[in-house]
Design a protein around this ligand. Sequence first.
Ligand code: NOJ
Ligand code: CA
Length: 667
Amino acid sequence: MLKVYTNYFVFIFLFSSSLFSCKEKNERYNVKSPDGNINVTFQVHDGIPYYNLEFKNQIIIKDSKLGFEFDSMPAFKDHFRVESAKTETKDETWTQPWGEVKNIRNNYNSLSVILKEKSALKRTLIIDFKVFNDGIGFRYEIPEQPELKQFKIMDELTEFNFVQDFNAWWIPAYGTEMDYEYLFNNNKLSELKENVHTPLTMTFGDSLYLSIHEAALVDYAAMTLKPLGLGKLKCDLVPWSTGEKVRAKTPLKTPWRTIQIAGKAGDLITSYLILNLNEPNKLGDVSWIKPGKYDGIWWGMHIKNNTWEMGPKHGATTENVLKMIDFAAENNISAVLVEGWNQGWENDWSLGKFNFSKPYADYDIEKISKYANEKHIGIIAHNETGANVENYEQQMEDAYAFCRKYGIHRLKTGYVNKQPKEFHQSQFMVNHYNKVMEMTAKSQIMLDVHEPVKGTGLRRTYPNMMTREGARGTEYEAWSSGNPPSHTTILPFTRCLAGPLDYTPGIFNLLFDKKSNFRIQTTLAKQLALYVVIYSPLQMVPDLPENYKGNPAFKFIQDVPTDWEETKVLNASIGDFVTIARKDRNSDDWYLGSITDENTREFSLNLDFLDAGKNYTAEIYADGQDASMELKPLSIDIHNKQVNSKTIFKIKLAAGGGQAIRFHPAK
Ligand code: NOJ
Ligand code: CA
């Protein structure tokens, strides 16, 4: 029996669709966003499930198939009929314990369709759609049923058949570097020749911006996108080393496939759709979770002043760490990252020789933890695993007991390995990363994951999952050709849509490599601006303390918070420039970061985000008149100006430059 609940936004058509030359009746349903701009149509035609997507009455995605291939039973791709469909509306606002914004509205219309096979097996598949004003999410549910217990998914058949040849900002899914650690490319969809990672952000002219990603990746493989030509993309799950994509059992809920849609590039940044598609906080009281800044024993190793392993240049010595604790305590920094403190670094990292609870002899953990405690500074332990998960899983209990013993509430993990047995984005690794997240939560440990699985919004459910890498970050400035200035003008619209990024901005000694012409390709003011532009609840203060001491620009880093009440994008052009203003959660201050690529820019900014009727002192960190990343990267002009919400504020960015501002209510 066809059971349908309809209301004002759902229409059901039982007719021969014009979209298909059809021999039999179509069963067609649609659901619109609360503002009516986005329309998703679901349809079963000749037994095959499809969806279409329209934005402002323009068709965007057409006749895209849904389904699965399995290992030892017939596929889920045809022979379906709709058994029932139901719709729902939700409008609620929830509060993030920490974040880029405090309150998030979760407002959508949903359509849930139960499909039943007409064939002998009569199996059931459910497809859920949620349509928000800023995009859509859909996922599959395979309920428990007699014919379906344990099985392998060999392929997920989800298609994204775009009717236009969009411009896509992409990185390869299976390149020669580590996972997501690439510079972005910009090509037409029809020019793509290899699988790409998500978020995949696409543009069409200057009034349509889309990004495909996923939400709530749990016990499943990450989705890459395979180009099929002519603007068509297909979900291609990252496989196990044995070839299958997912080892599944019912009841199964896949991650949500997400498509964020915006009329302006900046609206992608303030879309919280991925968080809305995740489950609420499962950890209960999270008052122990604290955003903040951290310095550390880190950059010294990357620029080869120090070593991770014990020896004459060892970085993680008691003496060095005590100094870093002092530096943190003096400069409004809440924690110290210590890399190279534990035994095993002298071996090939992937061999599984790391011990996660045995410090090197020159690292006195008793003394260090006591001193850190007295100074109210946290220690960030570091567990580099070399992606040898077997070794790590054997020691996780002990590693977290060690943290508990020494009052350590923050942990950075690492999975350096370009050719691990199981891909970083495979179901095997997804399950490992999620296990670490759950186990550390039980020990009240916050996480910063390097070489991670991509973020899919699970930080909502597990707020101890603070930040992660999964991008070509500042470390590449130390030992590669570096990151060209456009890189950080692309990240906010691509990688950062997946969640917080531990990019580690804040290098002051931009010309650190005195032996070559190499330089970090930004100005000093841009390094500051990145603290606002690239959101992370844990932000590193990475340079050597001596490079900050006495430099007046350091005041911005001392001041800048990492936890925000509001976020506004003031202007944006992907790959060119972006300006973001954020309001501090714990004061009335606003902060602004504006960055450009290799071109100089001038903007007039509207400051109407400031409280009307209040006067503010703008503490401005601008590129100096003669600044440029090539010639004078360190030239900075620091000055104050009185402003209010009516001020039209002019800013000028040098080539490779930026500007950072703190707006502080005037007394
Ligand atoms: C790569 C990480 O991204 C980096 O932050 C870390 O220092 C090294 N691995 C060593 O674990
Ligand atoms: Ca890395």
